[in-house]
Design a protein around this ligand. Sequence first.
Ligand code: HMG
Ligand code: MG
Length: 325
Amino acid sequence: MNDMLPAAASGSSGTLFGQVPGEVSIYEVGPRDGLQNEKSILPTERKLEMIEGLLDAGIRRIEITSFVDPRWIPALADHQEVAQAVKRRDGVELSALVPNMRGLDGATRAGLREVAVFMAASETHNRKNINKSTDDAIRTYRRVVEEARARGMRVRGYVSCAYGCPYEGPVALDNVQRVAAALLDMGVYELSLGDTIGVGTPRQVEYVLRGLMGAGVGLATLAVHFHDTRGTALANITVALQLGVRTIDSAIGGLGGCPYAPGASGNVATEDVVYMLQGMGVKSGVDLDKLVTVSARLGGYLGRELPSKYLKAHLGHCARIGRAV
Ligand code: HMG
Ligand code: MG
């Protein structure tokens, strides 16, 4: 289908896609963000199968679980078993969310070399999601990040609600910049900007990303994390790519959502992102056929139709030609 396209426009100045990188890193959040809000809890062995399938498809960075309080996120109560059981592979970075020192200790016991801390650019979301004010969250994470780094771990930082909050509505760029600066100052190596409830639109994405870069946040430090609640995720990712962003978060099947962000639906689907990247001539190292097989199987395990558009098209095509998925 893309034979008609000239070679990837990447690097050619003066075109709409002139800044688009030739290669991007997909950061898979399916086993964590994807499963944390699912009604039917996937058994541990199915989670491990999911993670193995994603790694077999070429995913190299993946958030496998969350060391949060299981009373807050019951779907990931098996975090210790999952993190210990995933087979280590060369070139694969496994990570997990940690909300405090207790979470960091769990991740350390499981032998993880990377963790992620998370907070919102909105005061109310921080109180609802992690039971802390923004200032308390910053104080807590300062100790967590310092200790993680002393243990030789890398730490990623999320700025959630970067484009809007389910409780407060619009979120000021100042707040996003303040939380981003605090996380970078602690020593996180990457900032993932979360559109937690999927309200962002393309010009807003340009405004927020340029606002961070203008405040000194390096392009190589930025990752984007979109939820597709209102169908704008791929358009938003295109803008991020046009600005040169090289890390994209996504979840297999379009799974996901935060139980403490009412109205949030799934993350942008990894297979939808990979399909778009392929069409744009941007390498991700991920095999789309293998990916969609994992996605189709997960839909069966969870007993529901997953939101991924690519998956739907693929299932329809297989049904029409009488081919197994
Ligand atoms: P708290 O109740 O304030 O915690 O919860 P606490 O420190 O007061 O301790 C109370 C009890 O919790 C104690 O147990 C602790 O041991 C226990 P007790 O003495 O009562 O038996 N506890 C823990 N148990 C297991 N693991 C832990 C842990 N910490 C304390 N790590 C806390 C504070 C942060 C723990 C809680 O609010 C929590 O777990 N929140 C997590 C909620 C969550 O995971 N939300 C979804 C995240 S997704 C997101 O935020 C957006 C993102 O995906 C990006 C995007 O989409 O935009 C990242
Ligand atoms: Mg998310």
